[in-house]
Write a protein that binds this ligand. Structure first.
Ligand code: NA7
Length: 542
């Protein structure tokens, strides 16, 4: 049986984004625990601390992209736009951190390099880049899902004579594109946000597209005073909506099939959704993510829009040559993305047909020998999603088992919250949780609260060690897989949901696609049944 260890802290939390901040607040201010947050950045904000690229903006609507656990906190903050921009989110995060007095328990500029579970002492030892070692009973990762930049290993990058940047590691002082010939690789959510902003500043922008993507106009803009007042007054109702929908957004997915209406009605519904803008487009019919033929109707509508907007037919054809179902990859929303290809200073290059061969001192060379001379390369190439940020922590569990080894064939968790072989480790928005398929703060609040309740239960019952049973992990992995395959999501073979964007990464559908509301119910049920599926051990008598 485990000992009750004498650790430096009750809990160490890695990361000071939404997750780490809320977890600290709950453990310290509600449970009275001694908790410490270790954060590699120089401030709070997590993903928003690093993603300062041009056009960086959240795709969740601002009145739901925030903490909702406190009515007072919710009502005191006023968002200025329908979608919050990076700078405004950073102001919000700092405001919350100050308002809850969190910063005194966060060590900034502190990168975790290793985490080791010491079975004899029953504690976690966490090592930082400066060689400091701290111990804690509970280790909680709050490292986000999209925080390990994926810079593709294109030969010759080191020889490039210009400057290059990854959008997720953007210089804090910004990048001046004036007069520059810019090449951007990547047309995911990030790339689609960056293109119009870079094009407006650069001398020329060449967009290297490997996979064409759908996008719906965000219809961003300042929020009207009436809307702000409505959101303040409807804190409870908004919270109830986000907690009861599958994706945590403040809109309801229509309870009608694409086949319940006539062709003309369907077009009118899509047209209205297009005008309204944003991720709500996918809520037009309940079966868009389940029924391929239903999805085809949305896909056809969106492809027709691209051909309507983009004047050059050849460019339009390349942009509309999309081979995955709509929303099977994370669906981008944009501000004048397709319109930007009508500018004289923007060129689209199809690198599916003619791949990038190498980066030269002058720019990018394609397989057919075409050279694109560039001063700046922007990598909007995404992240080693979900597992990347966890594996980078070099976690070793019981019997010296490295997490990388436990997950060699893909991530295996129970509820996305714990891993067998890694006692007393909690992973906020870990693989196997809804995370990236959900409006993040909604998912994060549920996780942090579940973890806090769990720790309170363990302490109240004198339990010193918690770990999922391998059979529970086995069942959960199977359920995550089954939930994914009940949707069209796995049909986008090159998506980061599957790890397919990182060469050599195992192809496993990582997030839980069964819906946030259902997941919330499952987690609550597990807790109500005395943490069913977990092994709970009391300390050995002294
Ligand atoms: P994504 O969605 O992973 O997009 C990355 C883009 O970069 C995508 O178009 C990729 O094409 C492209 N890419 C990646 N590697 C290469 C190489 N080697 N050559 C050419 N093109 C490449 O990342 P984002 O940052 O846009 O979005 C991540 C999430 O952040 C987003 O969904 C939101 O949740 C916030 P591919 O599709 O792999 O062919």
């Amino acid at each position: 049986a485990p000992r009750a260890g004498a650790a430096d802290f009750d809990a160490i939390i890695v990361g000071a984004g939404f997750s780490g901040m809320y977890q600290l607040h709950l453990l310290r201010d509600r449970l009275g625990l001694k908790a410490r947050v270790l954060e590699q950045g120089g401030g709070v904000g997590g993903t928003w601390y690093w993603n300062r690229y041009p056009g960086a903006r959240c795709d969740s609507e601002s009145h739901s992209y925030c903490f909702t656990f406190s009515e007072a906190l919710y009502k005191e903050w006023e968002w200025s736009e329908r979608y919050p921009g990076q700078a405004e989110i950073m102001r919000y995060m700092n405001w919350v951190a100050d308002r809850l007095d969190l910063k005194r328990d966060i060590a900034f500029d502190t990168r975790v390099t290793a985490c080791r579970y010491d079975a004899a002492a029953n504690l976690w030892e966490v090592e930082t880049a400066t060689g400091e070692r701290l111990t804690a009973t509970w280790l909680i990762t709050a490292v986000g899902c999209l925080s390990t930049a994926n810079v593709p290993k294109i030969p010759g990058l080191e020889s490039f004579g210009g400057r290059w940047y990854h959008t997720g590691q953007w210089p804090h002082e910004g990048v001046d594109f004036t007069g520059a010939r810019v090449g951007q690789i990547g047309t995911g959510s990030t790339g689609i946000q960056a293109v119009p902003v870079i094009a407006a500043e650069a001398k020329h922008l060449t967009v290297f597209q490997r996979t064409a993507n759908y996008s719906v106009p965000a219809r961003n803009g300042p929020l009207a005073a009436e809307f702000k007042a409505w959101a303040r007054e409807n804190w409870q109702a908004i919270r109830e909506t986000t907690q009861s929908t599958p994706n945590g957004h403040p809109f309801i997915i229509a309870d009608r099939s694409a086949w319940d209406v006539t062709e003309a009605e369907r077009q009118a519904i899509y047209e209205a959704a297009w005008e309204k803008g944003g991720l709500q487009f996918r809520a037009a019919f309940r079966d868009l993510l389940m029924d391929k033929a239903a999805n085809d109707t949305a896909a056809a509508f969106l492809k027709a829009k691209i051909r309507e907007i983009v004047q050059d037919p050849e460019t339009a054809a390349k942009l509309a040559d999309i081979d995955h179902p709509y929303a099977a990859k994370r669906p981008p929303i944009d501000t004048h993305y397709f319109e930007t290809f009508n500018r004289d200073n923007v060129t689209l290059v199809d690198v599916r047909a003619n791949p990038i061969e190498r980066i030269t001192p002058e720019g990018i060379r394609l397989r057919d020998g075409t050279e694109h001379a560039l001063d700046i390369i922007v990598f909007a190439t995404g992240f080693d999603a979900m597992t990347g940020p966890l594996l980078r922590l070099n976690i070793t569990g019981r019997d010296g088992l490295p997490l990388a080894e436990a997950w060699a064939a893909g991530p295996r968790t129970y509820l996305g919250l714990q891993v067998d072989g890694f006692p007393n480790l909690f992973t906020i928005t870990g693989p196997g949780s809804p995370s990236v398929l959900c409006n993040m703060p909604v998912c994060i609040e549920q996780h942090a609260e579940w973890i806090a309740d769990c720790i309170a239960h363990l302490r109240g019952n004198g339990i010193a060690r918690m770990e999922p049973e391998p059979a529970a992990v086995e069942r959960w992995v199977a359920h995550v897989n089954e939930a994914a395959h009940a949707t069209l999501l796995p049909q986008a073979g090159h998506s980061w949901y599957l790890g397919a964007n990182v060469p050599g990464k195992p192809r496993v559908f990582m997030p839980y696609a069964g819906g946030m509301a259902r997941y919330r119910g499952i987690c609550a049920d597990v807790a109500a049944k005395g943490y069913e599926g977990f092994r709970l051990e009391a300390p050995a008598p002294v």
